[in-house]
Design a protein around this ligand. Structure first.
Ligand code: MCA
Ligand code: AMP
Length: 503
């Protein structure tokens, strides 16, 4: 038994029809994807991978990258996908922490990453957006048959790094059971079947694109129009050929900014899903007015995959994330004690269920800090449950900015800025942004006599942090606002700069 490989990969072997449809019209059959995953699994084993080893991937989205995910599941390796925007400095940390046996990277990044991989004892292979590279060359020499490694439901299948409010990024360990139960619950709630074709324009290195979108479709045996990224032209063209779409709120605001989004274009579509960041009630209503569709909003986290969802049949309420998924228990609790609060009161949202991760990779203390004694996971999101059971996320207890669906932890950016000579201190905040929902803004206090410009800050961060984490604007103040305890009042700064991008 290998729960995920059996459920997601094995059924592909007998599918001679298209599973992936690419923007140029090319189609990939289930059998082709399965064969490639078998060849890649053999190549990984030949490179020394044994069950339990980590295999990192930082490559462009492609059918081959999806095959690599399936190959890892089949080989019993822990798949470790990494955002393509991460810099070599960020990769240095991830490879050092996870110690993958193999890392598959874009050939263009090979030069910069080779010394890092060497240092960690990681074997580097390459794969480009067209499916070429040293992994492809190695796989081509291998047979398509591969004996899938046995795994239990409680074995870890994927590690996803998620930054923390303090210090280092943590690798969330998701088990076979976590991911399979979530894909099954979502497929059922959202009525996915093999008749569905999903517009897949999300990256596959995060939970949304990989676990929600791809896992569901592989589980039910449907098809994906598999776009390398959210390209407005390709998305508009693809909408005619799909039955469903999933996206972050930015996808929906971008579509609303396009006059080609009409009832006629999307009349045949049965479901639009949004998540990863709050969908403004205004966007929800505007989308309905324009298209007649009520977007179904759901809520999740890297550590838990999906927790709650608006109903498929009942009212899809704007501004709410709906009800706990089948098997999942959600409670709104007092942040200090974990004691459940009455409906209507705001507290911290806590989750228990088969979806909740096993822990952070090699960080048992951090793991323990995030759980209550009775097993509930503390999300760090502030929520309210209405009398009729609908849950709304009303804020965050954690210092986090979500920009275009990507999480940015201010602490990480502040640490980099504070290290610059001439900087006394900094505060990084999220402010409303018409495209990204929130944008990263840095407020910097220079040391007396030092002259630092916004350009200097940008230059200092350029090679260090992924582009999406870098501030869209740097402001200078003579001091940061503090409360009587000396704590920086970020709410004051957020208020002061809230109109920066939204007028
Ligand atoms: C790109 N840039 C960004 C972002 N994306 N800056 C801030 N935030 C971003 N999200 C940078 C680019 O490097 C570029 O910089 C400039 O902003 C404009 O780029 P643009 O071409 O407009 O961006 P894009 O390539 O179209 O990407 C925007 C995007 C993309 C489509 C919204 O960010 C995206 O696909 N986001 C989805 C993220 C996601 O999958 N999240 C799920 C996480 P310059 O011009 O200066 O070079 S999973 C999760 O959150 C949980 C579990 C859940 O509940 O799902
Ligand atoms: P991550 O696990 O790092 O991708 O981010 C998870 C966080 O995204 C959650 O803790 C929430 O703060 C936020 N999030 C995800 N979906 C929603 C949603 N529908 N509404 C509001 N916040 C969301």
């Amino acid at each position: 038994m290998n729960p995920l490989a059996d459920a997601l990969a094995a059924p592909l072997e007998h599918r001679d029809d298209a599973i992936l449809i690419l923007p140029d019209g090319r189609e990939v059959t289930g059998r082709a994807l399965h064969d490639l995953s078998g060849q890649m699994a053999n190549a990984l084993v030949r490179a020394g991978v044994v069950p339990g080893d980590r295999v990192a991937m930082q490559t462009e989205k492609s059918p081959d990258a999806l095959a690599l995910y399936l190959a890892c599941l089949r080989a019993g390796a822990l798949f470790l996908p990494l955002n393509t925007a991460y810099t070599p400095a960020e990769l240095d940390y991830f490879l050092g922490d996870a110690e993958p046996r193999v890392a598959v990277v874009d050939p263009k990044a090979h030069g910069a990453l080779a010394p890092i991989a060497d240092d960690k004892g990681t074997h580097l292979l390459t794969l480009d957006a067209q499916g070429a590279g040293s992994l492809a060359n190695a796989a081509a020499k291998e047979p398509t048959e591969f004996k899938t490694a046995p795994r239990d439901a409680d074995d870890v299948s994927v590690i996803l790094y998620t930054s923390g409010t303090t210090g280092r990024a943590k690798g969330a360990m998701l088990t076979h059971g976590n991911l399979l139960s979530n894909a099954e619950a979502l497929a059922e709630c959202w009525r996915f079947t093999s008749d569905d074709t999903l517009l897949h324009a999300l990256p596959i290195f995060h939970a949304h694109g990989l676990f929600v979108a791809a896992n569901i479709m592989l589980r039910v045996g449907g098809r994906m129009v598999f776009l390398p990224r959210f390209d407005q032209e390709q998305v508009i063209a693809a909408l005619r050929n799909v039955t469903t779409m999933m996206g972050v709120p930015t996808f929906y605001t971008r579509l609303l900014g396009d006059e080609r989004l009409t009832r006629d274009l999307v009349g045949h579509i049965r479901l639009f899903v949004s998540g990863s960041a709050p969908l403004l009630a205004e966007t929800h209503r505007e989308f309905e007015t324009r298209t007649g569709h009520r977007i179904l909003e759901r809520y999740g986290m890297t550590e838990t995959s999906m927790n709650t969802s608006n109903p498929y049949d009942g009212e899809r309420r704007a501004g709410s994330v709906g009800f706990p998924l089948p098997g999942v228990t959600a409670r709104v609790a007092d942040a200090d004690t974990g004691v459940a609060l009455p409906d209507g009161e705001t507290g911290i949202l806590e989750i228990k269920g088969p979806n909740v991760f096993k822990g952070y990779w090699r960080m048992p203390e951090k793991t323990a800090e995030e759980f209550r004694d009775d097993g509930f996971f503390i999300t760090g999101d502030m929520a309210r449950r209405d009398a009729d059971g609908y849950i709304s996320i009303v804020g965050r207890a954690k210092d986090l900015v979500i920009s275009g669906g990507y999480n940015v932890y201010p602490k990480e950016v502040e640490t980099e800025i504070d290290e610059m000579p001439g900087v006394l201190e900094s505060a990084v905040i999220g402010v409303p942004h018409p495209d990204f929902g929130e944008a990263v803004l840095a407020v910097v206090v220079s040391e007396p006599g030092a002259s630092i410009s916004a350009g200097d800050v940008a230059a200092a961060l350029a090679g260090r942090l992924a582009k999406f984490k870098q501030p869209k604007l740097v402001e200078f103040l003579s001091e940061l606002p503090r409360n009587t305890m000396g704590k920086v009042q970020k709410n004051v700064l957020r208020d002061q700069f809230k109109g920066t991008f939204s007028g």
